[in-house]
Each structure stands twice: as structure tokens, then as C-alpha cells.
Design a protein around this ligand. Structure first.
Ligand code: HEM
Length: 224
């Protein structure tokens, strides 16, 4: 509600820029996921599943799960907030499942090849990110079953959930960027393709940060 009221009283050029960046984010997170899938060819090796599932989880499902609350870029803008909440947790469950499968695939691949685990910054931060995603998902359960968090107002729970969700998103994007710096990816692409690929998580992170911070700043303004 606060989102929509805010969108209504904003100058038209701002609205166009925000609508444009949301549309670009839909396009870039989808194309980036397809690009990584084409490059890694899932199913050709155990390794191939890792970039595929991780990109599907963090670039596609997680971005779409947040973007559906955007007053400018939601694909289900006209639906009630309850429906958006339900779609959000379904997409986040898919994100968590893909993340677990992606880490399992790379760990098993390393085990098969007798290689040591979690030796790079990407591996370490990636593991931490997936653990944070797990905690974030469990901590979100009281938003559905409010009686589990006695003494916490729903508004407060939502605020904490949004802030920690943004941190999880940031961690996911940095892990993706470190994945793009891996020997496998840098050897697979040439020239500007690397920069263009890195631009996708970078752009969507900026759009997510702007969306979430504006939504909660607008609420604060309305309450003060
Ligand atoms: C948010 C997304 C990602 C997360 C959370 C993540 C997580 C991880 C983890 C935990 C490992 C270490 C597994 C082990 O040592 O047993 C790893 C390894 C690896 N990942 Fe990712 N990954 C992500 C995205 C990507 C992407 C997009 C690529 C490629 C473009 C990639 C390429 C690699 C490679 C080549 C390795 C093996 C070398 C190494 O350990 O650094 N990852 N990843």
C-alpha cells in the first residue's frame, strides 16, 4: 500500500526510470541464467550442475522473489499482497533447493576428483551464503505462523526479514561475481562478455537495494 501511494505521487520521469530498471532486471536475470546454462551445459558433468543451479537460485529465483513486491516491476502487481507473499515464499523455497543442489554437486565433484574443499574465497563465501540463506529461510517461518514469535509485532518481523534478506541477496551477488572470476568461467568467455556477465548481478543488486530501502523508508515516513 505504502509502495503504491508513493509511486502515485512521484514525478513521471522517476517512475519511468524505475519501471525501466525493473524491466531491465527481469531481462538481465533471465538472460544471465540462460547464458550460464548454455555455457555450463547441465548434465554433461557433475561440475556443470553447480554454475547452473547457483545462477538459477541467486540470479533468477531470488531476484524474481523480491521483484514481485516492486510497485514498478512486479509481474503480479494487481494481485493482493497475500498472493504476492505466497508467490514469494514459493520462489524462495525453489531458490533454497537449487542452492543446496548446486553446493552438493560441486562438493561431490571435488570429492570424486580428490580435491580439497572450500579453499578459495568463492568457495568459502559461497558456503557462508548458503548457510545464511538457510537461517534466513527458517527465520521467515514466523511470518507465516506468527504465533511462533511471541512478543514480536508482525511489522517488526517484516522489517528485520527485509533487511536480512537484502544482506543475503548481497552475499549471493558477491558469490556469483567471485564465481565469474573462477578459472572455469574466465577461460570460457572472452573480451566484453565477462564484463557484461558481471553487470547482471551488479545491476540487479542496485535495483534490489533501491526497492527494499525505499519501501521501508516510505513506511517510516508514513508512521512518523
Ligand atoms: C551465489 C552463487 C554461488 C554460490 C553460493 C557458490 C558456492 C560454491 C561453493 C560452496 C564452492 C566450494 C565447494 C567445495 O569446495 O566443496 C564453490 C566452488 C566453485 N564454484 Fe561456485 N557458487 C556460486 C556460483 C558460481 C558460479 C556462477 C560459478 C561459475 C560461473 C561458480 C564456479 C565455481 C567453481 C569453478 C568452483 C570450484 C573452485 C572453487 O572451489 O573455487 N560458482 N562454489
Amino acid at each position: 500500500m505504502a509502495h503504491n501511494r508513493e509511486a502515485e505521487c512521484e514525478p513521471r520521469c522517476y517512475t519511468s526510470v524505475r519501471t525501466g530498471s525493473a524491466a531491465l532486471t527481469h531481462f538481465s536475470c533471465f538472460s544471465f541464467t540462460v547464458f550460464i546454462a548454455v555455457l555450463s551445459r547441465p548434465g554433461t558433468s557433475w561440475f556443470s550442475w553447480h554454475p547452473f543451479f547457483m545462477t538459477l537460485a541467486f540470479s533468477f529465483f531470488m531476484t524474481e522473489a523480491i521483484l514481485l513486491f516492486s510497485p514498478y516491476g512486479s509481474l503480479i502487481k494487481r494481485f493482493p499482497h497475500k498472493t504476492k507473499g505466497r508467490a514469494h515464499w514459493i520462489l524462495q523455497c525453489l531458490c533454497a533447493c537449487c542452492a543446496v543442489l548446486g553446493v552438493a554437486a560441486i562438493s561431490y565433484n571435488k570429492h570424486l576428483n580428490g580435491k580439497p574443499h572450500f579453499t578459495s574465497w568463492h568457495g568459502l563465501l559461497g558456503l557462508f551464503t548458503v548457510c545464511v540463506l538457510g537461517v534466513q529461510s527458517v527465520a521467515a517461518v514466523p511470518l507465516i505462523y506468527h504465533s511462533l514469535a511471541k512478543g514480536w509485532s508482525l511489522a517488526k518481523l517484516k522489517r528485520y526479514h527485509a533487511a536480512s534478506g537484502l544482506v543475503t541477496y548481497l552475499l549471493g551477488s558477491v558469490s556469483l561475481l567471485l564465481g565469474l572470476s573462477s578459472a572455469w568461467f574466465t577461460a570460457s568467455v572472452r573480451g566484453y562478455t565477462w564484463y557484461l556477465s558481471a553487470l547482471c548481478p551488479a545491476l540487479s543488486t542496485l535495483v534490489m537495494m533501491s526497492q527494499v530501502s525505499r519501501a521501508y523508508m516510505a513506511k517510516k515516513r508514513l508512521h512518523s
